[in-house]
Design a protein around this ligand. Structure first.
Ligand code: FE2
Length: 292
């Protein structure tokens, strides 16, 4: 498929203010088949309470538009927000999916949290693991997965019609590119992945996973490949790979870790399942000391 006669998905974005995260519903107008990309579960470290408001907003949108949810797609293991994939699946069905690189992330972080069986670093917590270039269907729309590692080792891009859901591989043009200093991150790999994204047709619409608008600019969630090529402060123009790696090493060293990093990774490597309750029926988030 491809070309101008191909039906394009309808797209709706959702913004989670607390974490600056953008989530999406893409749907096939002909069959009402829908996919959610990167849904958020709110969480307060102070109270230990989860907050389903963002997920409920998406659920209400899907129900009021009579959409049929097929996929809940994660672009990578997010380190700054918890996923609401399981909450949404319990209400609307659908398959929770991520790239096969998840197994490497689980191998690294499973021991950090001392996760015990039934946890295993084999991706079984997800309903589907995508391979590179795997094709899948959203109703009558043919979609494709592109591996785009670098920000994390498991990062993928979902191509759905003219839209590309790129996770954090690129940020909005005035923010540049996401950090590569998490375990498994690699600035050289990110550079190569970005070249793949910039080789997509110029009018491809890249859908951001985050936006942190500077003062004076309003929130943006989409940007074309052409605009990224022209204006991205890290990779626009002719930035070379060595220059890009050096830029990241210097910049990333100045960043503090995301406030929700430890809770997010513990939940997200398990496909958004909250930790199993202990014998008192309460489930606990772990904070490994002096490990990161
Ligand atoms: Fe991320």
């Amino acid at each position: 498929m491809g070309g101008e006669l191909t039906v394009q998905p309808d797209l709706q974005h959702f913004y989670h203010e607390q974490t600056g995260t953008l989530s999406y519903v893409a749907s096939d107008p002909e069959t009402s088949a829908a996919a959610i990309i990167d849904p958020v579960l709110g969480f307060s470290v102070v109270s230990g309470r989860t907050d389903a408001e963002a997920a409920e907003e998406i659920i209400a949108f899907i129900e009021s538009n009579d959409l049929h949810l097929l996929w809940i797609l994660e672009t990578h293991v997010h380190a700054d927000h918890l996923s609401s994939a399981q909450l949404i699946k319990s209400r609307l069905g659908g398959k929770v999916a991520i790239g096969e690189g998840i197994c490497g992330v689980q191998k690294h972080f499973g021991p950090v949290y001392n996760l015990q069986p039934p946890f295993a670093a084999d991706g079984h917590q997800f309903d589907h693991l995508f391979g590179d270039n795997e094709v899948f269907a959203l109703g009558n729309i043919e979609c494709r997965v592109m591996y785009t590692p670098g920000h994390t080792s498991d990062s993928v891009t979902y191509l759905i019609g003219k839209f590309a859901f790129i996770g954090d591989s690129l940020l909005m043009v005035d923010s540049g590119t996401a950090r590569c200093d998490f375990p498994g991150g690699d600035a050289g790999l990110l550079y190569d992945s970005i070249q793949k994204l910039l080789a997509l047709p110029d009018d491809t619409v890249l859908c951001m996973c985050h936006d942190y608008p500077p003062q004076g600019r309003s929130l943006r969630y989409d940007v074309t490949v052409r605009e990224q090529k022209d204006k991205n402060i890290h990779v626009g123009g002719e930035t070379g790979k060595d220059e890009f790696i050096a830029l990241h090493e210097a910049r990333d060293a100045t960043l503090s870790l995301p406030a929700l990093m430890l809770p997010s990774i513990q939940v997200n490597i398990g496909a958004g399942h909250l930790p199993l309750a202990e014998d008192n029926k309460i489930s606990y988030i772990k904070i490994p000391l002096n490990t990161l």
